[in-house]
Design a protein around this ligand. Structure first.
Ligand code: PEP
Length: 251
């Protein structure tokens, strides 16, 4: 299977930003692009704005999704949002296990795996985030950390491996302006793909592995040129339509 089978995915993670007015202008800016980028675009918006995303983006080339999902199907889980609710608002994808949720909400590798499974059960694409802290990188533990984070996810998704997306996001590069060099990122992406191949060689070639961590218009091209970097999960730069589009157009 050739590399070209993996369509580049550029997904925006708006985090807890936006307002009805700001979103309207950001989405209009994204939709106004007339370039012919072959990349697939997605925006992951705060859950309350999914209805707005659905109404503005329905029928367009831009997909939308959420930033988290409950591990449970339904019931007494105050404050949580279920996978079926995301489906009802037209979501295609959902970010799972972002480092901010792992650190501020104590999400474990096992919970992340359950959420990925829950998303797949509702036919949502889970964008599963993994990545090491600066301290872990300095201890040469990057591969060990990423393997530990991914193992329960791979157990949980089983034969649906080909339907997930993975985002490698070194924690020290998120929102800091520090980017992994293309070679550093490629090494980890290749390691991740090798891990996937141990489970299922064919699916491993289909899975898109995104890079995330201060991806910007001026560094996107060289990152996206690496053989195992199949797109980007974009935080800060996804809040500006021109920057987001410039990244997509450098794919
Ligand atoms: C992210 O939070 O997923 C991210 C990559 O953020 P930033 O692009 O701002 O580093």
């Amino acid at each position: 299977m050739s590399l070209s089978m993996r369509r580049t995915l550029i997904a925006g993670n708006w985090k807890m930003n936006g307002s009805l007015a700001a979103n309207a202008s950001l989405l209009a800016g994204i939709l106004s692009d007339r370039s012919t980028s072959s990349a697939q675009l997605a925006v992951c918006v705060p859950a309350l704005y999914l209805a707005q995303a659905q109404s503005v983006l329905s029928g367009s080339h831009v997909l939308w999704g959420a930033q988290d999902v409950s591990a449970h199907e339904k019931g007494a889980f105050t404050g949580e949002v279920s996978a079926q609710m995301l489906v009802e608002f037209g979501c295609s994808c959902v970010i799972i296990g972002h480092s901010e949720r792992r650190s501020y909400h104590a999400e474990s590798d096992e919970l992340v795996a359950q959420k990925a499974q829950r998303a797949l059960a509702s036919r949502l694409i889970p964008i599963v985030c993994v990545g090491e802290t600066l301290e872990e990188r300095e201890q040469d533990a990057t591969n060990a950390v990423v393997s530990r984070q991914l193992a329960p996810v791979l157990d949980a998704v089983g034969t649906q491996l080909g339907s997930i997306v993975i985002a490698y996001e070194p924690v020290w590069a998120i929102g800091t302006g520090k980017t992994a060099t293309p070679d550093m990122a490629q090494q980890v992406h290749a390691r991740i793909r090798a891990m996937l191949a141990e489970r299922d060689a064919e699916s491993a070639q289909q899975v898109r592995i995104l890079y995330g961590g201060s991806m910007k218009p001026d560094n996107a091209r060289e990152l996206l040129a690496m053989p195992d970097i199949d797109g980007g999960l974009i935080g800060g730069a996804s809040l500006n339509a021109l920057d987001f589009l410039a990244i997509a157009n450098s794919a």
